[in-house]
Design a protein around this ligand. Structure first.
Ligand code: GLU
Length: 289
């Protein structure tokens, strides 16, 4: 029996949706609708310092205006922190987490001292400084009220899981190499999750079978695959699509205010025009991209 296709769009409400978001949302929505499956909407709002409720509200308005209907309730990550706490507890019981007290400046200095290290997909690859702290040192620093992040001991995790693979519809079978990201942050003292943990837990809890998202997140999937193996979660298929770029080949970003869906709507464009600008043409209309 094959499972019905379930896709999702998962914006972070840190600004207004722009054409790149519309492209991603329309792609996931179309895949679900073509297959008679479900399309889910998830708001990735765990970063309380950057996310704003007004942007969540604006995203819902924009999606409805674009003609994108989602199935079931919207999942807001900030309302499900217990799910992430449960996953963290499991990883902690496996002895795969450690507290890291380093500031960004300390990490940069440590990397420079070691003669410079390669940068991972998200910037600096953490050199593992706090992995070497003794249990007593950890206790002492936590007791002193220091702020900290919880990092995954990736080498220990991989020793447990062995080699891992995942499948991208475009790129085929991928051998996961999570170690190139270093010991990633999975939570912080005040926030029981990070993007990597929340996205992995949610895709499983929401029973997503096809994760579609921009190619900028391709490398991050290696980390998600490792977390799936550690937490015994199902492994969805992936489709990383090219990022929409402007005429000059630059990818759309939140700074391009004139290309937000709201600005385009206010300038008088209708939704069919904006869908076309987002690189999406309704196949039922018989127009080829
Ligand atoms: N929330 C992420 C973003 O807005 C997308 C996460 C994902 O699709 O996995 O970039």
């Amino acid at each position: 029996m094959t499972l019905a296709l379930v896709t999702r769009f998962a914006p972070s409400p840190t600004g207004l949706l722009h054409l790149g978001h519309a492209h991603a949302a329309l792609y996931a929505w179309r895949r679900a609708r073509e297959a008679g499956g479900s399309f889910l909407l998830r708001i990735e709002d765990i970063d309380a310092t950057r996310c704003r409720d007004e942007f969540t509200q604006a995203a819902l308005v924009d999606l409805v205006w674009l003609g994108i209907e989602w199935d079931g309730p919207v999942r807001r990550q900030s309302a499900h922190l217990d799910d992430y706490r449960a996953a963290l507890k499991r990883l902690s019981e496996l002895d795969l987490l450690y507290p890291c007290f380093c500031t960004r400046a300390e990490i940069a200095a440590e990397i420079a001292r070691a003669g410079g290290a390669p940068h991972g997909a998200e910037g600096m690859v953490y050199p593992g400084t706090c992995r070497r702290l003794s249990a007593a040192e950890r206790q002492e620093r936590i007791a002193s009220d220091a702020s900290f992040a919880l990092r995954l001991d990736v080498a220990a995790a991989l020793a447990r899981t062995g080699a891992l693979h995942w499948t991208d519809e475009m790129a085929g079978e991928i051998a996961a190499e999570p170690a190139r990201h270093g010991d990633v942050v999975l939570a912080r003292k005040e926030t029981p999750t990070s993007y990597h943990l929340a996205v992995t837990v949610d895709d499983a809890l929401q029973r997503v079978t096809l994760v579609t998202r921009g190619a900028d997140l391709f490398a991050a999937t290696d980390i998600h695959r490792l977390l799936q193996a550690l937490l015994d979660l199902p492994v969805p298929r992936y489709h990383h699509h090219a990022l929409l770029t402007d005429a000059a080949g630059r990818r759309y970003a939140k700074r391009d205010r004139s290309l937000t869906i709201a600005a385009l709507r206010q300038s008088g464009r209708d939704s069919a025009t904006v869908r076309r600008m987002a690189g999406f043409v309704n196949p039922a209309a018989g127009v080829v991209r």
